[in-house]
Design a protein. Structure first.
Lengths: 90, 159
């Protein structure tokens, strides 16, 4: 899986939001924002490199003191949410 | 997916919106405040904004920074050289700014939760605008009829 081309994380007033360069209109009534840990993961895959749930799990384990099962579950949930939001693709 | 509403302070949020506009994006912005009644309602409607390309004209609804960090989305009622007078449709008073303080133009409005926007070039907005601006002498009464509000001090059975 990888990040769709042009989707970038931007900081607007302390909110980490996803803005697509290629998309003309930015709709602030339905914006995708990320919390700190999601933003951390996004930063590592934003360049468009291929990633899996294992990639994210490893990144989480590197940065946060959590057990592997939690990290894996969170990674899978997050990937599903990103996919539903249409910001990543196979 | 989790949805939640975040409110941000205008003076920090809107400059960033202006930056996105200047980068060539258009921006859909949920509206706050009652100053563009009766067409636009607080918390219900959204405006589609774009950066200024052609010179603003009387009648345009624009986003203007009327003083440092203080933005309004109001209608231009007069342009005299560089001096611009604005008045919200739901207001009686005016604001003044310079042409250079106008940051964006509203090109359409999403109203009442509809997916389709009413363009400011469309017939509905133009007819509404024609009537509403000409009814200014009686606006005070129209606003009262449309949005009755009786100040507490005039109510008799106060608790």
């Amino acid at each position: 899986m990888k990040v769709k081309k042009g989707f970038r994380l931007r900081d607007v007033c302390g909110e980490k939001i996803i803005v697509a360069d290629g998309i003309a209109n930015i709709d602030f009534s339905r914006i995708i924002s990320m919390n700190e840990s999601a933003a951390y993961l996004w930063k590592h895959i934003e360049d468009g490199s291929d990633f899996t749930a294992e990639t994210l799990t490893k990144l989480l384990l590197d940065e946060y003191e959590i057990d592997e099962a939690t990290a894996k579950a969170d990674s899978e949930t997050l990937m599903a949410m990103w996919k539903e939001a249409g910001i990543v693709e196979d | 997916m989790n949805y939640e509403t975040r409110k941000m302070a205008n003076e920090v949020f809107l400059p960033q919106v202006v930056q996105l506009l200047n980068e060539g994006h258009t921006v859909t912005l949920p509206l706050r405040g009652r100053s563009m009644r009766p067409f636009l309602e607080d918390g219900r409607d959204k405006a589609l904004l774009e950066a200024i390309k052609e010179p603003p004209q009387v009648g345009d609804a624009v986003l203007a920074e009327i003083s440092k960090g203080h933005f309004v989305l109001h209608r231009i009622v007069k342009i005299d050289g560089e001096a611009v007078t604005l008045r919200g449709d739901g207001n009686l008073g005016t604001e003044n700014c310079r042409l250079e303080d106008i940051r964006a133009r509203a090109t359409a409005f999403y109203r009442k939760g509809r997916e389709k926007a009413d363009s400011t070039k469309g017939l509905k907005w133009r007819i509404y605008s024609w009537w509403w601006t000409r009814l200014l002498p009686v606006r005070r009464y129209l606003l009262f009829v449309l949005h009755p509000h009786i100040p507490q001090r005039f109510l008799l059975n106060k608790k």
